[in-house]
Design a protein around this ligand. Structure first.
Ligand code: 5GP
Ligand code: MN
Length: 334
């Protein structure tokens, strides 16, 4: 474990303190699984904990243990403010720049508390005294497994913690298929099953729980799909109108970008999704092989992420954004 100041943190956690745990904006299975697992563990050490999420999370994650107690900052800013202000320790999980929690970033910047970062994205900012950052990890959940293990092997694990960690590992590795899922990740997954994670039930709750509206939205994604064969690129988009027509709910477009990569000879897939609330086009990029979508997202679309999975945004209209994308692809992608 590449961990800055681990012994000091262990000492710090010897007496009960107030702790707040924060996932990134639009939390996914890994962000939520890791924050919940860490909270359940810290509660066992008798700390006072709360999770503050910048905004709400998708319904398909709402079954997760204790997820109903999460404070949603954009719905209840007062509680979020109080939790952060009184915290002795602020844990930021599955992100490494305050810009990934826009609504909380100025609060975090001003805070005098100690920070713990557990994260697997590249180029971490330098705000955490206690830092476990490793871009080679499959998921933040796998890191939380290592973190809890470092406190006492299997002593602190239970069914709920195992369930949360398994969920994040599963969702962040495309069901263990991405290169980032190593043989160690699979050994940990096996341990988690032995510790009580019900793999069949978790899988069903995450993936076999679609609304019919979501399927209709998926059909828009297919209708709008374009393949640029010579660039091995597929892209599609979903407009506000299509979202509204199909009663869009948070999380409904999760995973849509991956379909592009299932087309033969396509190595790079992109989806543009209009977001009325945030007045932007949110973009997801996925690749297989060497094409580095993290660099691509950073350079052109104010984003980032990992080599094969990244996100970004555009403040232009959908039409202008797609036009710009075509121009970039023409020059840059082989
Ligand atoms: P997704 O496409 O599923 O939203 O995100 C894929 C990956 O890219 C995730 O690891 C996510 O944290 C990261 N990511 C998504 N959007 C952004 C962004 O706007 N900025 C940065 N730095 N990372 C992002
Ligand atoms: Mn993650």
């Amino acid at each position: 474990m590449i961990f800055a100041n681990f012994e000091k943190l262990k000492n710090f956690l010897e007496t009960p303190i107030e702790i707040v745990i924060i996932p990134h904006q639009n939390p996914d299975g890994d962000a939520l699984g890791s924050t919940l697992a860490l909270q359940l563990f810290l509660n066992k050490l008798d700390h006072q904990t709360s999770i503050v999420s910048p905004n709400d999370f998708p319904d398909f994650l709402k079954w997760m243990p204790k997820s109903d107690e999460i404070i949603i900052a954009d719905k209840d800013f007062n509680s979020a403010y109080q939790a952060i202000n009184k915290a002795d320790l602020i844990c930021t999980l599955d992100f490494n720049h305050f810009s990934r929690t826009p609504i909380l970033s100025s609060l975090l910047q001003k805070s005098k508390s100690s920070f713990l970062m557990i994260d697997h994205h590249i180029s971490p900012d330098n705000y955490a005294e206690f830092q476990y950052s490793d871009e080679h990890m499959s998921s933040t959940c796998e890191m939380v497994y290592n973190f809890i293990s470092a406190f006492g092997e299997k002593k602190y694990f239970d069914k709920d913690i195992a369930t949360c960690i398994y969920t994040g590992m599963l969702t962040d590795t495309g069901s263990f298929k991405y290169e980032s899922a190593t043989s160690t990740s699979l050994r940990i997954a096996a341990e988690l099953i032995d510790l009580g994670a019900d793999k069949t039930d978790i899988h069903r709750k995450l993936f076999d729980n679609n609304s019919f509206d979501r399927f209709k939205l998926l059909s828009c994604c297919f209708k709008n799909l374009e393949v640029i064969e010579e660039k091995k690129t597929a892209f599609t988009f979903i407009s506000n109108e299509e979202k509204e027509k199909n009663n869009f709910k948070k999380g409904d477009t999760e995973g849509f970008v991956n379909y592009g990569l299932s087309i033969e000879n396509v190595h790079f897939s992109t989806i543009f999704i209009e977001n009325k609330e945030e007045q932007m086009v949110k973009i997801s990029f996925r690749s297989v092989g060497d094409f580095d979508v993290n660099q691509f997202a950073r350079k052109h679309f104010s984003g980032g992420g990992h080599k094969n999975a990244a996100g970004g945004k555009s403040l232009l209209s959908m039409e202008e954004t797609v036009k710009r994308f075509r121009e970039i692809i023409n020059i840059e992608h082989p």
